[in-house]
Structures are given as C-alpha cells and as structure tokens.
Design a protein around this ligand. Structure first.
Ligand SMILES: C[S@@+](CC[C@H](N)C(=O)[O-])C[C@H]1O[C@@H](n2cnc3c(N)ncnc32)[C@H](O)[C@@H]1O
Length: 389
C-alpha cells in the first residue's frame, strides 16, 4: 500500500518543504502560496510536502526534539505514542534480545523500545509508513500484513489501528473494532512469552478475554492510552500512570478492595484525581495511600480534613455546599467577593464554559465551583484552590 508515494516523499527538497511550511503557517495565504508551488512542482510533490509539514507541526508536542526531521503522515502522527509515553512503556522491554513491533506505524513506540532492547523489528502493512518508520528509528521494518504471519515464543508490542480506515477517519473505541482484531490478538497472547497491546483508554478489563495487567496512562491530565501487558511483561493487576515529559508517577493495585469501604461524604478539603486513577479503578488505593476518603462512588473526588499532597491529586478548600441553582450560587458568590469563577463538572450536567462566564462577578476572589450530580440531586461545591488562598 502507498509504495508509489515513497519516491515522492524521498524527493521532497528543503526548498519545497520550506515553502510548504510558510503556506501551513499562514492559512490566509495558504491557497495563493500552494497555487504558486504548483507552478513550480508537480501536484503529488506539493500534496506530500503539505502533508509532511502538517504532520511535523502536529509532531511538535509529541516529539519536540526531532519534529523538524520527523517523517509522518497526519493520521500516523495522531496515532503515534508520544516520546514521553513511549519511553515510559519501553522500560519494560529492557534487556529483551528481540522485540517485534507489530503495526509499528511511523515508529512512535519503536523510537524508545530500540534504545532498551537488543533488536527491534517493525512490521507494518502500509509501505509508506514503514519507510517513514525506518527513517525515524533507523530500525528494520518489514512491509506485511501481520495476520498472515506466525508469531510464536517471542516478545511483542502490538498497536492495532483504531480508525475506520487505514489513513484516518473516525476513531473506534471498542476492543472488537481493533485492526487486527480480537482473534489475532488472542492468538498472539496465547502463543508468546510476553507483550504489550496498546488499546484505547475506553477499554475495560471486562472487555478483554485474557489475563493481563491493565495500565491507563494520562499525559498532561488527559487519558491517552489503555495498555494490556501480558505474560512475563505483566507486573500487577491494575496501574494508573501519569506522564508529563520526564516526570512519571505510577500507582498499582491488585486484589479488589471495595470502594464502599472508603466512602466518606464531604470533609473540609476536596481533591480532584488524575483520570488514570479512576479509570484504573484505583480510587480506593489512592484513598488509602493519602489517608483520604472517596466523596461518592461516581464523583471522582477524594476528601479529608487535612491538606495532603500527592502527584495524583489537586486540592480545594470546601467553603459552601448547596443544591445547584444558578441564581442562588451567583448570589452567594457576589456576597463573598466573587470574581473569576472556574466551573468543574462531569457527565455534561452543565456547560462549564457558559456557566463560569455567567457566575463571574466583580470581586477579587477566585472560586472553583463543582457542579455535580450526586445520586438524584445536582449539587454545587463552592471551593478555593489550595495554594491560591
Ligand atoms: C495505531 S498505528 C501504530 C502507531 C505506532 N505504535 C506509533 O507509535 O507510531 C497502527 C498501524 O497499524 C497498521 N496496521 C493495521 N492493520 C495491520 C495489519 N494487519 N498488519 C500490519 N499493519 C497493520 C496501520 O497501517 C497503522 O499504521
């Protein structure tokens, strides 16, 4: 697939890429600049140059140090693991003599795995991405459909596509939608020593018909990956991981302890929790580690009477609790020097952007208002961020 495009990408000159970069940087001039380029270069080269500079711009956040020489198509970069997340995952492949990177795409994961394992070989059905991956990683990549090969007694990394077609399209979130799909994955798990399967963060343990450690990774506060570790690469049952550049924090859990044992209503301080923890089902482990309680099963908040610090939580002092009624909350804020207001909610109970504009007052005090559905009632917690008081 897409072999014909390899010589086009290989032939892109610095001058064309520079011109395409200018077109990308100034959308108002883009059409005029692209028409100019078409007079000098063939249409395929211009199209490829625009795709590459757009992909490089998208790669800036994921691969900051190498984005300017990175090869990718836009969907390939969007699907790639960032360098920081890739580095965290790669640690578990340390010392492996050989790793198969199945469905390696443009090499986001491979970039890190190659630094810790003896030999890393990529396998990718799209010839253009395979070529890009080789350029990015310096590793060998075979163009093939992984389903047609036998994979036995090895260690693998598998990142199935989660798009409705190979070059982009709608994102698919269910285990059954992965390509290659469940039958291939389950055979791979059964026949090999160990491996890692990158999944959407929406996949739950109940969806997976094999034993694994399920790790959820957030990057800069956003859930980005669910990862199933199998065989000798699995270490515990569940793990929540926060990645922010070089900074990585992890929380592991095993035997199910009941969240109900940790429910405690609201105390003086509320703590929001990184999304990886709730998704991994580790609220109770975090409550135990921090000495806090869970406010309510569905609210994703911890609470306690002491100020506690932990990388997975952000603290707020609870000042007032009331049933949610906009006029009532607004009145309270106005009577308490309310100025800028930050609204936090979940499950689309309100539109936080519009409500925080409407609650904003003329005072000096910055408040954070949580508007949440607690059982049948919608409640408002009026709080102030710890550290801002
Ligand atoms: C999610 S991307 C891989 C991203 C990669 N891990 C990274 O970090 O850059 C999935 C890739 O799998 C490839 N793919 C899908 N089905 C395949 C198959 N049956 N055999 C080989 N490659 C396949 C797609 O072309 C796509 O490039």
């Amino acid at each position: 697939m897409r072999e014909a495009q390899i010589p086009i990408y290989a032939g892109l000159t610095d001058e064309l890429l520079e011109q395409a970069g200018l077109a990308y940087a100034d959308p108002r001039q883009a059409t005029a600049r692209i028409s100019q380029l078409r007079k000098k270069y063939d249409a395929d080269s211009v199209r490829a140059a625009i795709e590459l500079v757009t992909a490089r711009a998208k790669a800036r956040l994921k691969f900051p140090e190498i984005s300017e020489r990175f090869y990718g198509d836009v969907a390939g970069v969007e699907m790639a693991s960032s360098w920081a997340v890739g580095k965290h995952k790669a640690k578990r492949f340390t010392g492996q003599a050989r790793v198969w990177d199945l469905c390696c795409g443009i090499g986001g994961d491979m970039l890190s795995i190659k630094g810790v394992a003896g030999e890393v070989i990529g396998y990718e059905m799209d010839a253009l991405r395979a070529w890009m991956c080789e350029k990015n990683t310096g590793c060998a990549v075979e163009v093939c459909d992984v389903i047609e090969r036998q994979w036995v007694d090895g260690v693998f990394h598998l990142d199935p596509a989660r798009r409705e077609n190979d070059w982009g399209g709608k994102r698919m979130w269910h285990y059954e939608d992965l390509q290659p799909g469940p039958e291939f994955i389950e055979r791979l798990v059964e026949k090999n020593r160990g491996g890692c399967i990158k999944l959407a963060p929406s996949v739950y343990a109940e969806d997976l018909p094999f034993e694994c450690e399920l790790e959820y990774v957030s990057e800069r506060g956003r859930l980005v990956q669910g990862i199933a570790w199998v065989g000798e690469l699995a270490e515990c049952e569940k793990r929540a991981t926060m990645v922010d550049g070089e900074e990585v924090h992890e929380l592991c859990g095993g035997e199910e302890s009941l969240i109900a044992d940790y429910i405690g209503g609201e105390s003086r301080y509320l703590y929001t929790v990184d999304p990886s923890v709730e998704r991994a089902g580790l609220m109770n482990e975090l409550a135990e580690r921090t000495g806090l309680k869970v406010v309510h099963e569905k609210l994703g908040l911890l609470t306690g009477n002491a100020t506690v610090s932990d990388p997975f939580i952000r603290g707020f002092e609870l000042i007032e609790t009331m049933g949610w009624k906009e006029t009532r909350v607004k009145r309270w804020l106005a009577a308490h020097d309310g100025g800028l207001v930050e609204v936090k909610t979940r499950g689309k109970v309100v539109n936080p952007d519009t409500v925080q504009m409407r609650l904003r007052g003329k005072g000096e005090t910055v408040y954070t208002v949580f508007i949440l559905r607690k059982t049948k009632q919608i409640i408002a917690y009026i709080t102030r961020r710890l550290g801002s008081i």
